[in-house]
Design a protein. Structure first.
Length: 168
């Protein structure tokens, strides 16, 4: 695994933990990672414009599309900054793939949430508990959604990152 992928993996791990615990991704993480990504690629290219442009293009490719989603209330600002910082490390092509898979995973997870929150699904879950008592533990997976909290986007970003790295 290269320095770039290690840096992205550490950043994603920290973001996942903080997003799951506090539903926030801190500015110190995204800001520090963005600066370090820009510096790494700038210095790795021997201070030539090519390295700086690679990192800047990746940051823009991660930041701008998600800024649009943020404007419509689809995701939080921390997610936008996270993708900008990740883009500075992994470049435009990989951040675009990561974004695509994250959105697909978020959509699939949203469908699951709808299914578990509908009355029919609740009745089916109750029947499943009667037929299989161990199933009661699975119903508690979505308690955070019932409390009115928003969907932590890192639940979709983490499997998306694994998908991109396994496939690429």
């Amino acid at each position: 695994m290269t320095i770039v992928l290690w840096a992205a993996a550490v950043q994603l791990l920290i973001a996942f933990i903080t997003d799951m615990r506090h539903q926030t991704i801190s500015n110190w993480l995204t800001g520090t990672s963005f600066v370090l990504g820009m510096l790494y690629h700038g210095l790795a290219a021997g201070m030539e414009a090519q390295g700086w442009l690679y990192a800047a293009a990746g940051a823009a490719a991660g930041f701008i599309p998600l800024l649009i989603l943020y404007a419509f209330g689809g995701i939080g600002a921390g997610d936008v900054k996270l993708f900008g910082a990740l883009g500075a490390w992994v470049g435009a092509a990989m951040i675009a793939q990561l974004m695509m898979y994250a959105i697909l995973y978020a959509g699939a997870f949203g469908v699951l949430l709808l299914a578990f929150n509908r009355a029919f699904a609740k009745r089916m879950a109750a029947l499943m508990v009667i037929a299989y008592p161990g199933a009661a533990r699975t119903i508690n997976w979505f308690d955070w959604a019932k409390s009115g909290k928003s969907f932590p986007f890192m639940l979709a970003v983490a499997p998306a990152a694994v998908t991109v790295w396994v496939m690429g």
